[in-house]
Design a protein around this ligand. Structure first.
Ligand code: NI
Length: 225
């Protein structure tokens, strides 16, 4: 499932994050690329150890912890500390799949079930730079307002189209979910959203408790902790 999560950061937070990142150190993006991706990757990245990058990463993780839509869709077990990239004119990232396992600086291993891109530049400030991800229904081009995030299965082949004007800055990271299987996770998300809607539209409806029990019992059956 590919999902847009609007307003992970508000305009003020986006501005503060951008300011910190603009004074960070930027290096060739191939530092975090696997063997295959390195051949098609051409962008800039903030090194994992950069103090400004880590500060912005914490802001993002705090925002995600308080974001019900993110929790419902990702059912996160571990989140990789957010990384940051920039694509200026001529920069792009060809078709690739993200590494299955990532190890953070702290030595934490994460199985990448979901990939996330949080946009930090307004779409009118650059041309090109769409994230294009494939699923069984075809490919989807994504370019979101600053502060919005897209979540998609890390198993998808994806690429970033060349930027032809301006500059695209964003954060990217991975999530290991309690629910490894994308199909099972999607069903739980749909069920959770339906329960919330039912509880809102028909407060006190007796089916809410029963459906909530089904939800938790499915999580119990499928979750790996
Ligand atoms: Ni990627």
């Amino acid at each position: 499932m590919m999902l847009r999560i609007p307003g992970v950061l508000d305009a003020r937070q986006v501005e503060a994050c951008r300011r910190l990142l603009l004074s960070a150190e930027w290096v060739d993006g191939r530092v975090t690329a696997g063997h295959q991706s390195a051949r098609v990757k051409n962008n800039l990245q903030v090194p994992e150890a950069d103090a400004n990058g880590r500060k912005v990463g914490e802001t993002i993780l705090d925002a995600l912890n308080a974001n019900n839509l993110f929790i419902s869709a990702a059912l996160p077990l571990r989140v990789f500390p957010p990384l940051f990239n920039r694509y200026g004119p001529g920069h792009a990232f060809g078709n690739h799949v993200d590494n299955a396992i990532r190890q953070s600086r702290g030595g934490l291993h994460i199985r990448t079930d979901l990939s996330a891109t949080l946009f930090l530049t307004s779409p009118e400030d650059y041309d090109g730079g769409e994230l294009v991800a494939e699923d069984t229904f075809g490919s989807h081009a994504v370019k979101l307002p600053a502060g919005d995030m897209v979540l998609y299965p890390a198993s998808s082949l994806h690429h970033v189209r060349p930027v032809t004007r301006g500059e695209r800055m964003s954060s990217f990271f991975w999530i290991q979910s309690l629910i490894a299987d994308d199909g099972e996770r999607t069903q739980l998300y749909q069920l959770d959203q339906a329960i919330q809607r039912l509880a809102q539209d028909h407060p006190g409806h007796s089916s809410v408790d029963r459906l909530t029990a089904v939800y938790h019992n499915l999580v119990r059956r499928w979750a790996e902790v």
